[in-house]
Design a protein around this ligand. Structure first.
Ligand code: HEM
Ligand SMILES: CC(C)=CCC/C(C)=C/CC/C(C)=C/COP(=O)(O)OP(=O)(O)O
Length: 293
């Protein structure tokens, strides 16, 4: 059947939905450094360079994982395209990453580009090559890939990493296990057949439900830290909103834990995690612009 070149095709190959949320992480990091709208011109090279690097890391992951992806129903369509066009994918990977570096080193502070490179390397190598096939903690440590965009955003103009950008980096790192493990419950059998040691495939769904709840409690605590620790530099807007935001992830995590939710229910919690992070990042951006310090 002829492959349709539509959004879902490009999303599959370049992991575009992940890149969009990664871009929001970088934007939030950026605005923790500057409240001046005249600096927003720097967002263009930051988002172009960061998105190209994120897409390049996704293409690397798809090329490297063709062997295991052939055993997983969820990624079977993507795998066919990548496997049949391996040399084109390698050229694409090189072009995307080179373009990212040219734009980054031409228009951004070099510290910011170093964080973009760190994000690429932590996803492409630390997670994909080193951790993914070896340990059931692969996504816990591999999750650092999503933290580097916050630091890249903060450092875009002057190379400075703000305390609030470090907070965002920590928040995304702690968010990742709830995000992915809630999805991994649905694809447990896929990961078992591909022999990938994702938590539900190794320790079972009951343990994974418990780990998700424990991680969500930890994430809820981290969410409200700026409310009680003003040195992070987020103001009352974020502080007050952080309490319902913490409940946004805590209540569904507890609800599905108690209901002993299976695959389709935990797919809902997965969607909640993306909603949670989107709202958290928007609140952080708003709070950097308001005077309620
Ligand atoms: C080690 C870390 C991570 C792992 C293992 C992971 C895994 C996944 C997987 C397997 C999917 C489903 C893709 C599909 O439907 O085929 C996904 C979707 C997604 N991830 Fe993650 N992810 C990680 C980190 C992140 C980060 C850091 C972000 C953004 C900050 C993110 C945002 C998203 C978004 C927006 C989607 C699409 C949501 C949807 O399909 O409705 N992920 N992730
Ligand atoms: C600054 C910069 C470049 C940051 C990169 C951030 C980034 C793209 C993180 C990716 C997150 C991730 C591990 C996705 C799933 O991979 P998977 O192999 O588990 O998913 P799959 O089975 O769908 O391929």
């Amino acid at each position: 059947m002829e492959q349709k070149w539509n959004f879902s095709f490009f999303n599959n190959i370049f992991k575009l939905e992940i890149t969009f949320l990664i871009d929001l992480v970088a934007i939030a990091g950026f605005f923790t450094y500057t409240e001046s709208l005249k600096d927003t011109i720097f967002l263009i090279p930051l988002l172009v360079s960061g998105s190209l690097a994120s897409m390049a890391s996704g293409v690397f992951n798809n090329i490297y994982d063709t062997d295991i992806d052939s055993k997983m129903e969820r990624v079977s369509k993507r795998r066919k395209v990548v496997y049949r066009n391996k040399s084109k994918m390698i050229i694409l990977l090189i072009v995307l990453f080179a373009a990212s570096m040219i734009i980054g080193f031409s228009y951004l502070n070099y510290v910011s580009v170093i964080y973009i490179i760190a994000g690429f390397l932590s996803y492409a190598f630390l997670y994909t090559v080193v951790l993914k096939r070896r340990t059931d903690l692969n996504i816990v440590f591999g999750g650092i890939a999503g933290s580097f965009p916050a630091l890249a955003g903060s450092a875009a103009i002057s190379g400075t990493v703000t305390p609030a950008a470090i907070f965002i980096a920590v928040l995304v790192f702690v968010w990742t296990p709830t995000h992915f493990w809630s999805l991994a419950i649905k694809y447990k059998d896929d990961y078992s057949s591909a022999n990938i040691p994702m938590l539900p495939a190794v320790k079972g769904i009951a343990i994974t439900r418990k780990y998700i709840l424990i991680n969500s409690i930890f994430l809820a605590i981290v969410t409200i830290i700026p409310f009680v620790y003003s040195r992070i530099g987020l103001n009352l807007i974020y502080g007050i909103a952080s309490v319902p935001l913490a409940l946004w992830i805590l209540i569904p995590s507890y609800y599905y834990f108690r209901r002993k939710g299976e695959a389709k229910e935990y797919r809902k919690l997965f969607s909640y995690t993306n909603g949670y992070l989107t709202i958290a990042l928007i609140l952080i951006i708003i709070s950097t612009f308001t005077i309620l310090k």
